[in-house]
Ligand binder design. Structure first.
Ligand code: NI
Length: 173
């Protein structure tokens, strides 16, 4: 397993719609395990393909935050939301591609998601709480959408400017 560098916003790859996965190749399995390792290392609870420059509909997540509890790494290929609750939930979201910036985003509190696993089998599960927020945030990434796209243009611009500054500073190191 290898840690993969995480792209920082703004980056054109974070604004693109990703392609469907048509075949589970060894390369894709390797990418999935690298993405999980990269996510745990960050640390984060979710990571989507484009964040490591992989323009495929793949995301990984594990929202078990209790270090004493058993981890639950999930790899979702071609995830689709098949049902959303009318109940909404507001959560202070962050993103590994927008480090140290957080903002409240309101989304359906529960969603049912269908996806293909690494064995090519179809899975479906209903997510609630942080899992629901996370899976919706990560699926957005596959459509080139970031959590800051839910904010006012002013807030979005402010965060984007901070990230541009951060990238300039990183480039100088
Ligand atoms: Ni994100």
């Amino acid at each position: 397993m290898t840690l993969r560098p995480i792209l920082i916003h703004p980056d054109p790859r974070l604004k693109k719609r990703c392609d469907r996965v048509t075949e589970v190749t060894d390369e894709l399995r390797e990418a999935a395990s690298d993405m999980l390792e990269t996510m745990y290392d960050a640390p984060g609870v979710g990571l989507a393909g484009p964040q490591v420059g992989l323009m495929s509909r793949i995301l990984v997540m594990d929202c078990v935050k209790d270090p004493e509890a058993e981890p639950r790494p999930l790899v979702l290929l071609n995830p689709e939301i098949t049902w959303s609750s009318d109940d909404l939930n507001t959560y202070e979201e962050g993103c590994l591609s927008i480090p140290e910036q957080y903002a409240e985003v309101t989304r359906p509190a529960e969603v049912k998601v269908r996806w293909m696993d690494l064995d090519g089998a179809t899975q479906e599960e209903q997510f609630a709480g942080l899992w629901a927020t996370c899976v919706q945030h990560e699926i957005d990434h596959l459509d080139g959408k970031l959590f800051i796209d839910y904010l006012t243009p002013l807030k979005r611009q402010l965060i984007t400017r901070k990230m541009q500054k951060l990238k300039r500073e990183k480039a100088r190191l």
